[in-house]
Design a protein around this ligand. Sequence first.
Ligand SMILES: Cc1cc2nc3c(=O)[nH]c(=O)nc-3n(C[C@H](O)[C@H](O)[C@H](O)COP(=O)(O)O)c2cc1C
Length: 190
Amino acid sequence: MGAAVRVVVGITGATGAAYGLRLLERLRETGSETHLVVSPAGVLNVHHELGLDRKTLEARADVAYAPGDVGAAIASGSFETTAMVVAPCSMRTLAAVAHGLSDNLLTRAADVALKERRRLVLMVRETPLNLAHLRNMTAVTEMGGIVFPPLPAFYHRPQSIAELIDDSVERVLALIGVAAAAPRSWNGLG
Ligand SMILES: Cc1cc2nc3c(=O)[nH]c(=O)nc-3n(C[C@H](O)[C@H](O)[C@H](O)COP(=O)(O)O)c2cc1C
């Protein structure tokens, strides 16, 4: 361990488990150290959408924690990290972060990122959005967090779902300062 970039990754029960998995893969490829927390609903969706069990998913991270382990290293600001990304982020977890609940290790780690003024990226996923969702996104933004819904862009004419996922994941990697991130840039029409 001792990588230049140390990232806390949260995976929650919103659809889009593939974003979390791909994020873990790319962080490993780019030599980043990953600390993973998956909520119980996240485990359900990872199994339903990707056919992976908790152990197999957790093997993709350097360190994995149980969501109830609120005494873990990532629960403290004294454990230095570069950033935290929740991919995907459910509206429940968004609400908990917006209101500073710290009701499990994942939301506590997000609370720590905000209080330490570290990068926190929430790949929120729901549609349509109600007023509570919108207000919670505003609150997180006001506290310095980045609300990053993984919305696909079509101007690169994607040919596969994997390409759509990579577009969002590479932009998130760039946002958290991973030097080897490879986001595609738009260079203008024609
Ligand atoms: C198949 C499935 C898909 C879901 N998709 C979403 C979603 O896209 N967004 C969301 O906010 N909640 C979604 N949920 C509901 C959450 O899993 C639920 O609110 C859960 O309590 C979230 O808890 P967590 O934030 O601790 O993971 C989904 C649930 C299931 C079973």
